[in-house]
Design a protein around this ligand. Structure first.
Ligand SMILES: NC(=O)c1ccc[n+]([C@@H]2O[C@H](COP(=O)([O-])OP(=O)(O)OC[C@H]3O[C@@H](n4cnc5c(N)ncnc54)[C@H](OP(=O)(O)O)[C@@H]3O)[C@@H](O)[C@H]2O)c1
Length: 297
């Protein structure tokens, strides 16, 4: 979608989790296109039933875009309760409120609902079998929303990057400062998705009155190693040594799927949009970060 595209005047939007990576991009897009919206960060704790009731009853929202989530995959293993409170139980209450008040709930889930055993990019209809607590909690949240009967859009995202923390590319930059040799896993494959691409696509889906669950990720897939190598070349790095390794060597608390690339054809067909590839997503991120300073591939 063209950044200068004009949107139809629409609705009264509530945005939760507005201080997070994706939330900040939504805020920017909604402001830029002069949508009528209210952004909430921690001032709307989505786990508080009273607060959710108060926010929804006191305003006439048509759409609730929920970017609030517990997203620390490692921490989730030792803080299961709070992870489920935010990613599942809060969604149970929010979706029931949305149903009662006729509000469209827009929510984000993850490729980590899959176990990684497939060799084909996952379709929306593929069975979900999460292998870590974060993935379990996100799947539970999806199930709660569907069971509530509220009008909803659930977008599964993958390897989101590009916000204030920068995500994986920013980690690469930090690791490079600390060490001459970068060891990056080559047995973990998904689709790096630039968070700045998501809000216009979601707005398009709302305007086209889509409903249900969609995979909203960049096209194609790559390993972390391929992504890091591509990023380094495009960012113009010189004198670095990047080596492939297995994710087992990092001894993380949470297991991660070896393969979680998702098929995004349903979204592309129903929204009549072409989604960028993961390489285009990486380049767009670099352009936004340092305009005019890209290296050669
Ligand atoms: N990041 C990824 O790679 C990725 C991949 C696939 C899917 N997703 C999904 O995409 C969505 C957006 O992720 P993101 O990367 O933008 O995450 P993020 O940067 O961690 O943002 C989440 C926001 O939610 C807030 N939050 C946490 N608990 C809350 C609560 N009880 N009430 C209100 N706000 C709360 C956090 O605040 P604090 O910072 O104060 O805790 C943070 O600002 C999430 O649903 C996530 O599961 C992300």
């Amino acid at each position: 979608m063209n950044a200068n595209e004009t949107y139809k005047p629409m609705t009264n939007i509530a945005l939760t989790g507005a201080g997070g990576q994706l939330g900040l991009f939504f805020r920017e897009t909604l402001e830029k296109h002069r949508f009528n919206f209210r952004a909430f960060a921690r001032d709307w704790d989505i786990t508080s039933e009273n607060k959710s009731l108060e926010c929804i009853q006191n305003a006439n929202f048509d759409v609730l875009i929920n970017c609030a989530a517990f997203t620390d995959v490692e921490e989730a293993e030792s803080r299961k309760q709070i992870c489920f409170d935010v990613n599942a139980d809060a969604l149970d209450r929010l979706s029931k409120l949305c149903r009662r008040h006729g509000i469209l709930l827009v929510h984000f889930s993850t490729d980590y609902v899959f176990d990684g055993k497939s060799r084909q990019p996952y379709l929306e209809t593929a069975p979900a079998h999460p292998i870590n607590v974060y993935g379990e909690s996100k799947l539970r949240g999806e199930e709660m929303i569907r069971a509530s009967g509220c009008p909803h859009l659930i977008f599964r995202l993958s390897w989101l990057f590009g916000g204030h923390h920068g995500g994986f590319p920013e980690k690469l930059e930090q690791w490079r400062q600390r060490s001459k040799i970068l060891k990056i896993s080559d047995d973990e494959t998904s689709s790096p998705t630039y968070a700045g691409h998501i809000p216009p696509l979601v707005i398009r889906a709302i305007e086209k009155k889509l409903r249900g669950t969609y995979h909203l990720n960049s096209s194609g897939g790559c390993s972390r190693f391929e992504w890091a190598s591509f990023y380094a070349k495009k960012a113009g790095w010189t004198e670095y040594d990047m080596q492939p390794t297995s994710m087992r060597s990092f001894q993380t608390k949470a297991r991660r799927p070896h393969f979680s690339t998702m098929n995004n054809q349903r979204f592309q067909a129903e929204s009549a949009t072409t989604l960028p590839t993961w390489k285009e997503a990486t380049i767009d991120y670099l352009h936004q970060k340092r305009p005019g300073q890209l290296g050669e591939c």
